[in-house]
Write a new protein. Structure first.
Length: 150
């Protein structure tokens, strides 16, 4: 009769080798799937495309205006962007609702609009509202000028 201890000793290494072989085979299959040409192409494809005027684009999304009903009111623009500096007078900005605006208004709306659109002293062009239209900036300036007379 065979010694059961010898058989048991032989089965353990064989079983371990069989399990390792199966794991290796499965791992190689998953690596092959991850490194397939299609998978690689999908990982390195461009995130977006740029379409130039006159070119056809596959996925064109039309730009929408900031507001479907037209330019925002001066109060809306002021509250969204201008109040940060003009409510407190930050960096010597003329304060909302004070005589600071009467002095500015004396220079004329054309000068105020030039300063608002192109920047003046510490204020950058269009203040902090780069997405505002010129009409919206004008509405905000007029709103702040009008605040001096209240």
């Amino acid at each position: 009769m065979t010694n059961p201890n010898k058989m048991h000793t032989l089965i353990k290494p064989t079983s371990i080798l069989a399990v390792l072989g199966m794991c290796t085979l499965l791992n190689m299959q998953s690596i092959a799937a991850v490194n397939s040409e299609e998978a690689i192409a999908n990982r390195i494809k461009p995130f977006a495309t740029v379409c130039l005027e006159g070119q056809e684009c596959a996925n064109t999304v039309a730009a929408t205006p900031a507001s479907a009903s037209g330019a925002r009111t001066g109060e809306d623009v002021y509250n969204a962007s201008c109040h940060t500096c003009h409510a407190s007078g930050l960096l010597n900005a003329p304060k909302f609702g004070t005589t600071d605006w009467q002095e500015r208004a004396a220079k004329g709306m054309e000068t105020l609009m030039n300063h608002a659109l192109n920047g003046f002293n510490a204020m950058p062009a269009k203040g902090t509202c780069a997405t505002c239209s010129d009409d919206e900036i004008k509405n905000a300036v007029q709103y702040m000028v009008d605040s001096a007379s209240k």
